[in-house]
Design a protein around this ligand. Sequence first.
Ligand code: FPP
Length: 255
Amino acid sequence: MEKEVTDDILKAQIALNRLPKHIAIIMDGNGRWAQIQGKARVFGHQSGVQSVRDITEAAAEIGIEYLTLYAFSTENWNRPNDEVNALMSLLVKTIQAELPTLNKNNIRLQCIGDIETLPEATRLELLDAMEKTSHNSRMTLILALSYSAKWEIIQAVKSISEKVSKGLLDADSIDEALVADELATKGIPDPELMIRTGGETRISNFLLWQIAYAELCFTKVFWPDFRKKDLFEAILDFQQRQRRFGKTGEQVESF
Ligand code: FPP
């Protein structure tokens, strides 16, 4: 009850006409959260699913259009096999279990990343859920899976060079919009706010092109503890900032 009151008080302070359209989150700290309690790292990932639910619900509730969650990076394949396997089965289970809720709440599921590298069960479950939610329009939940920004940029460079070498594209016509259209996030607006939980202050190969002008928010809260109130606080902090895009403060204020 007290928690809901805090959530509602914070929510009421958010200016709904100045919401970020797209929020991207690096969900970090699951392993440490579990280890502090003397539990296996996997317990942290399992507990992190409740935060995924809570934050997806909160984002949809206030009218965020796109929410991207960094669920598994290209580099995460280097973790111990047991942890990778546990994460993959957790993904299958979670996607299966959450599909009715996604549809009930009119949320579309999308994915960015090298999904060919995912185990078949995970890939098929994901593709099925993406298909079954493709007509939903309230919010798009994007899972970054087997994703890294450098992988994505390499794919884009390869595709552009192929077009140039086949004579389909003039190298002089390459501009920002063209590059953006070759990225996994084609058609998705850049995130205005990126949040990283878990206390580290780095980007870890996530959406490097797309966050050129994003506001960054780092919190010490571990992902399994990250709740609606924390998301609302990050949005309130975002709304306090002056986004200058290279201009002076005076120029922005006089606009
Ligand atoms: C980072 O914590 C978290 C991950 C690599 C996985 C995130 C996955 C989930 C929350 C589970 C399911 C997600 C979805 C979208 C259904 P870490 O292990 O790097 O933590 P540490 O920094 O404390 O080691």
